[in-house]
Design a protein around this ligand. Structure first.
Ligand SMILES: Cc1ncc(COP(=O)(O)O)c(C=O)c1O
Length: 313
């Protein structure tokens, strides 16, 4: 058996390394997750998360990975056969589409080359052509962790407003939140989807949804099978939308959503910047075209090949 000494240091764009003070905040005896002490923490955490998402809308926290938050966004707002517009920006967009397929949604998946953010011209064309408003949701990945391609949710919102399309705007900001600028309310997002283990620098295991009034109204019509509901949000009952486990860690997180500080810069002790290492190897970096390059994740073509190719190189 190999014995590793010292601290394991992850060098991936998430899970990120968890700061010591967050680890210390979690180091406490189990508390009654239905009791008053937890309620107090719960309200503080939900209020803090509203500040992170820059919203006055309800934040829902699921005991799930980001995948669970993807699923929650879909099952809480849509019905079988609903048409959704999604855009291929990388592996995570493909996986989110897979969930929509499994719930028997009618997915219009705008193809992409994994070197750009979502194709805005195609989104505009599809929405303009949809005079009957059959498209119920437009889903984009804000910060595509697999390709470092960014899609600006504001640009998608503007298109939807310009063509007066009433679909919900759902944004996966799983690695965007806390790493890139993000404003749920000001940007007119209907469902924000996030996870704990990226820009928030918490352990994996918490999924987040933030919902607009329009999404809350849509949840009343939603007819997909679901275990986690966002439809009834009891104001005085935080345990209904916040798992006790790791709540304290969430409370310990300090993540100004506006700072846009790259994940890379937030990794203290990062041995040598990825860009310098890739340059030294003579491999191209920054796969995405400049217009959609992420300030939060850096891509390395060689590393991507290693990750994606079945045969090792
Ligand atoms: C952009 C994006 N979306 C979705 C996911 C899926 O989240 P999880 O692996 O926590 O299920 C990830 C995870 O890396 C991600 O980076």
């Amino acid at each position: 058996m190999t014995v590793h000494t010292g601290r394991h240091f992850l060098q991936i764009p998430g899970p990120t390394n968890v700061p010591d003070r967050v680890l210390r905040a979690m180091d406490m005896p189990t508390m009654d997750h239905r009791g008053p002490e937890f309620a107090e923490i719960g309200f503080a955490v939900l209020a803090a998360m509203q500040r992170v998402f820059r919203t006055n809308q309800p934040v829902i926290i699921y005991p799930s990975s980001g995948t669970g938050a993807w699923e929650a966004a879909i099952v809480n707002t849509l019905a079988p056969g609903d048409k959704v517009l999604m855009a291929e920006t990388g592996q995570f967009a493909v996986l989110w589409r897979g969930i929509a397929d499994r719930f028997k949604l009618d997915v219009d998946f705008i193809p992409g080359d994994w070197r750009h953010g979502a194709d805005l011209a195609q989104i505009e064309a599809r929405l303009s052509a949809d005079k009957a408003h059959k498209i119920k949701a437009v889903c984009v990945v804000h910060n595509e962790t697999s390709t470092a391609c960014v899609t600006d949710p504001r640009a998608v919102r503007k298109i939807m407003d310009d063509v007066k399309h009433p679909a919900l705007l759902m944004v996966d900001t799983i690695s965007g939140l806390g790493s890139l600028e993000y404003e749920h309310d000001a940007w007119g997002i209907d469902v924000s989807v996030a996870g704990s283990q990226k820009g928030l620098m918490l352990p994996p295991g918490l999924g987040f949804n933030v919902i607009s009034d329009k999404a809350l109204a849509a949840s009343k019509q939603a007819r997909l099978p679901r275990a986690f509901r966002c439809g009834s949000l009891p104001a005085r009952c935080p345990h209904r939308r916040l798992p006790a486990r790791r709540a304290r860690a969430t409370g310990g997180a300090r993540s100004p959503a506006r700072s846009g500080r790259p994940l890379r810069d937030r990794q203290r002790g990062w041995p040598k910047p990825m860009r310098a290492r890739a340059d030294a190897r003579g491999t191209p970096v920054d796969l995405p075209r400049t217009t959609s390059r992420s300030p939060g994740v850096q891509a390395d073509r060689k590393a991507q090949h290693r990750a994606c190719d079945p045969a090792p190189r």
